[in-house]
Design a protein around this ligand. Structure first.
Ligand SMILES: Cc1ncc(COP(=O)(O)O)c(C=O)c1O
Length: 393
């Protein structure tokens, strides 16, 4: 076979999300764009703010030599200083640029963290439901992803975590606000999680890193702030991207940050920079670094997303669907009225509504609906949701 076995396995095992995009495209060509309601996407449809376009133009026209050249592999000093300042302000912890690496999005950050930390066979623990890419990403570096089954109300089951940790556990990944549930982990949950990591690290004489995926950190609703693992556990490495904040997922800008008191933090920092270089990313593009640095406090479309969440949640619950109410993020997890979530998602597709089965996220019996979409797509899908539910009543 010309291609690697691992890739072949990954390609056949999953990728419903990739297929969903193709399905959506094919249906749009057949029935027309406005007749198809693609609620599978994690690609925010709201256009970037006008400030983004303005800064982009300004930078392109700037008479400055070297602005398209390589820079340090950790990213531009100005960007790293800006992120360190933001983290300091937000957490009260004394971050400096020596703990910040600018990356090709959150996905790039995850890859350099896993490559930098994991030896073959070392374990990453994740909680179901989960962002499915964690598994192939850690396997890229021969790590093993152990998934702890979903706890009560889809919050991390800390007893199960305690039982799952072994002497080979290198990291535990958390994601709050969560994809696919939209749940935000409370301070109490993070504190208890930290206590488990301290206890088990002491028992096995190991350092267990908390890897905090904060991709949706700024999308917390109802005026609430999202608690951060940094404030409860020093061996924390966080990552995020500007994809949601600036609606620029195609531009691949993000960062990873290491707690200043992290054990082996300096070495981890060096390893992450090295990984950034040797994975072939080299750097987050110079153009994007220059633009995001000029937009430190651009507010994202929080109110729009909250309005979309309220609309979708209200409508689906009103019809009789059972929905996990998101406190943040772009997604909603809905209970499938039948056990087979894939079959229900197919029925929705018959109504030209594209969603993703919960089994993709290790939440069988549920399906994920995205609301980072146009209002017309949400509104247009409602009749089809009602019809599909009626088939199974
Ligand atoms: C939980 C989570 N982590 C990481 C990513 C990757 O984000 P980016 O494309 O901004 O790198 C995503 C994207 O959907 C995500 O949902």
């Amino acid at each position: 076979m010309p291609i690697a076995d691992k890739i072949k396995r990954e390609m056949t095992a999953s990728t419903y999300t990739a297929r969903a995009a193709e399905d959506s495209q094919a249906l749009q060509e057949k029935y027309g764009r406005d007749k198809v309601f693609d609620l599978s996407v994690s690609n925010p449809v709201i256009e970037p703010p006008p400030e983004f376009v303005k800064e982009l133009r300004t930078f392109v026209d700037l008479p400055q030599d070297g602005k398209h050249r390589y820079m340090e592999n950790a990213g531009y000093t100005g960007n790293r200083m800006m992120v360190a300042e933001q983290l300091k302000r937000d957490t009260g912890i004394n971050f400096s640029m020596a703990e910040v690496i600018i990356t090709c999005g959150a996905a790039g950050a995850l890859n350099i963290i896993f490559k930098g930390l994991f030896n073959p066979g070392e374990e990453l623990i994740a909680f179901a439901p989960l962002y499915p890419e964690y598994i192939p990403y850690v396997e890229n570096y021969f790590g093993v992803c152990k998934v702890v089954p979903a706890g009560k109300d889809f919050l991390p089951d800390l007893k199960a975590l305690e039982a799952a940790i072994t002497s080979r556990t290198k990291g535990v990944i958390i994601n709050s606000p969560n994809n696919p549930t939209g749940l935000v982990y409370s301070e109490a949950t993070l504190k208890e999680l930290a206590a488990v990591l301290v206890r088990k690290g002491t028992e096995f004489k190991t350092t267990i890193y908390a890897i905090s995926d904060e991709t949706y950190f700024k999308v917390a609703f109802d005026g609430k702030k999202c608690p951060r693992m940094f404030n409860y556990y020093p061996n924390t490495i966080s990552l995020t991207s500007y994809s949601g904040e600036l609606s620029t997922s195609g531009e691949r800008a993000g960062y990873a940050a290491i707690h200043p008191d992290c054990e082996g933090g300096k070495e981890v920092f060096g390893a992450l920079i090295h990984a950034n270089r040797t994975l072939g990313f080299i750097n987050c593009p110079a153009l994007m670094q220059n633009v995001v640095r000029r937009l430190p406090d651009t507010s994202m479309y929080l109110n729009d997303y909250q309005r979309k969440r309220n609309y979708l949640f209200g409508k689906l619950v009103g019809m009789g669907y059972k929905v996990v109410k998101p406190a943040g993020g772009f997604f909603m997890l809905v209970k499938s009225p039948i056990e087979d979530d894939k079959a229900f998602v197919s029925e929705l597709k018959n109504q030209l509504i594209i969603t993703v089965p919960g089994s993709e996220f290790q939440a069988p019996g549920y399906f994920r609906v995205s609301y980072c979409v146009e209002d017309q797509a949400l509104e247009g899908a409602m009749a089809g949701f009602q019809k599909t539910l009626a088939i199974f009543k």
